[in-house]
Design a protein around this ligand. Sequence first.
Ligand code: ARG
Length: 463
Amino acid sequence: MSNKMWGGRFAAGPSDIMEEINASIGFDRKLASQDIAGSKAHVAMLAHAGIVSSADADAITKGLDEVGAEIEAGSFTFSRALEDIHMNVEQRLADLIGPAAGRLHTARSRNDQVALDFKLWVRDTIDALDAQLADLQQALAEKALAHASAVMPGFTHLQSAQPVTFGHHLLAYVEMISRDRGRLRDARKRLNESPLGAAALAGTSFPIDRDMTAKALGFDRPTANSLDSVADRDFVLETLGAAAICATHLSRFAEEIVLWTTPQFGFIKLSDAFSTGSSIMPQKRNPDAAELVRGKTGRVVGALVALFSVMKGLPLAYSKDMQEDKEGAFDALQTLSLTIAATAGMVRDMAPDLKRMKASAGAGYSTATDLADWLVRSLKMPFRDAHHVTGRIVAAASARAIALEKLSLAEMQAIEPRIGAEVFGVLGVVRSVNSRTSYGGTAPANVRRQARRWIAKLKAPAK
Ligand code: ARG
């Protein structure tokens, strides 16, 4: 049978394999509610502009609501022969209300329709992700406040560098997520122009009111160029870009959770709720959720790369290649949502082993910089000289395999005679973190202030 939508030009129907490669209904049914909302706005505008009668518009609107209810109830039969969500909805509308349904597609094409539906979906998804990310920030900031003065090792090259506090470390992620939210907000702002009315690519000869549909659907304005309207997928690329960066942040944190839960680090424990066992090794507690947050990042980044590859060679305006924009984006953004939820769950669940963190914070001569700074302050040495003297003192301690503060004053004075007993005042890890009061530094007072600032900001109604 030839196709009902374009059967005028076609004598026969598509081959089975043609139908299979062509159909998107298997995944774009996800856009059903957006498709119906878009159609309702469109037909209301058509009636307002006198392009369809108000009787037909009413029938179409009621019919669309009915179709929407059927889809929501699960009683709708999706048909692959009808290719995509747009034609599935329209065909069902025709079954329900008869020939008036045929007027809905006036001054519209599936090209502007799909751009519209997908923009609406991406916009809703960004809003949901933003709320989830705010919740994750909340969890991190609360944990940070609770552990503002808990000392742990800070690393560079994953080698003990200088002591920091656990709260400070957690707040680093609050900052990253704040930028992630900003990027998503930017993407939302830029995408919020309505493509509806661009029609196939050139606009339409009907006296449509694009401002009216834009407003009805919550857009800031209509898009200004009809070709761009149907060819643009940067709104997806930009959102996936922001999502990929966010997933990368979560992945770095997940990697730390994996490290911290090892018996070797032993910095945190995840409860049974966020651990899994091994079917053969009875002693094991595996951080599978963290590993999967890390692993699923590949899918998010992959979707971005895949869509870049789809778009890079496409001439204007619409090409069917662009139907490949959806599955990756659906999967990536759903994946991100799941990983945000799992990360928030782990943050709330994790119990730090404060003793162990603190003991480890002193390992690897992590207060050597404090000694060098002391030499600069007390002996007025240039920092480079202080660095050299400290290096020799660390070497002396290391040769005896003891901590810096375990060297005797005489041993230190053998290297730098002007060192006095006051030096022992700066060598402990607690003193070290307490002294780092520069703005953005790890001093517990700073951490407390920053955690409180975030908690207050996250509670305030969004502007
Ligand atoms: N299912 C299509 C897509 O997702 C809808 C647009 C089809 N347009 C067309 N001219 N065939 O891209």
